[in-house]
Design a protein around this ligand. Structure first.
Ligand code: GLN
Length: 190
């Protein structure tokens, strides 16, 4: 199984480090020919506007969309989750380039600025009973789930922080910044 990490911007190195720790050598994906080699793709956290623009510049947006609808398993963390959503609310006029493969509505920077970043435990039964440490950095909020998209992770107040639609997974937090690799393992099994 070949696992790629989109390496245009953001914390892709941290994702690669977790994959290596659990015995998977990742492929850093920047170009269509690298994308063609992978069966799974992680889209890291970072700045979704920047990653979106780079996806257009590197002619990656269409190939990822096409593979998303066909055979690629994709996991987006934070900015990556924003790029996967088919509706983004609360953004500046004109919107931003996105993959839009998941039926979910997401609100950018929903918890405030950098100073409002926080850590909180997450309940995610599909990876086990023990709560998952959640790191939220200028995180988006999942505000609605559409057809075929199910909630799989929650904060204590019941808000949804992880969603799954078949082979596609979105988390608004950063499992790659903790020592807990259960979401990475889950993704390898999707
Ligand atoms: N606030 C960023 C955005 O809107 C996401 C932040 C993150 O990925 N940690 O793209």
């Amino acid at each position: 199984m070949t696992v790629g990490v989109l390496a245009l911007q953001g914390d892709f190195r941290e994702h690669c480090a977790v994959l290596r720790r659990i015995g998977v050598e990742p492929v850093e994906v920047r170009l269509p020919r690298q994308l063609a080699r992978v069966e799974r793709l992680i889209i890291p956290g970072g700045e979704s506007t920047t990653i979106g623009r780079l996806l257009v510049m590197y002619q990656m947006l269409e190939p990822i969309r096409e593979r998303a609808g066909r055979d690629l398993a994709i996991w987006g963390t934070c900015a990556g989750a924003i790029l996967l959503a088919n509706e983004v609310v609360g953004q500046k006029q004109g919107g931003q380039p996105a993959i839009g493969a998941m039926n979910l509505t997401i609100q950018r920077n929903a918890y405030g600025s950098q100073l409002d970043s926080f850590e909180a435990p997450i309940t995610m039964p599909i990876i086990g009973e023990a709560p998952l440490p959640g790191v939220f950095i200028r995180a988006p909020r999942i505000v609605a789930l559409g057809q075929g998209c199910e909630a799989v992770g929650w904060l204590e107040d019941g808000s949804v922080v992880a969603a799954r639609q078949g082979r596609l997974l979105a988390t608004t937090f950063h499992p790659e910044l903790t020592g807990d690799d259960r979401v990475h393992r889950l993704f390898l099994e999707l």
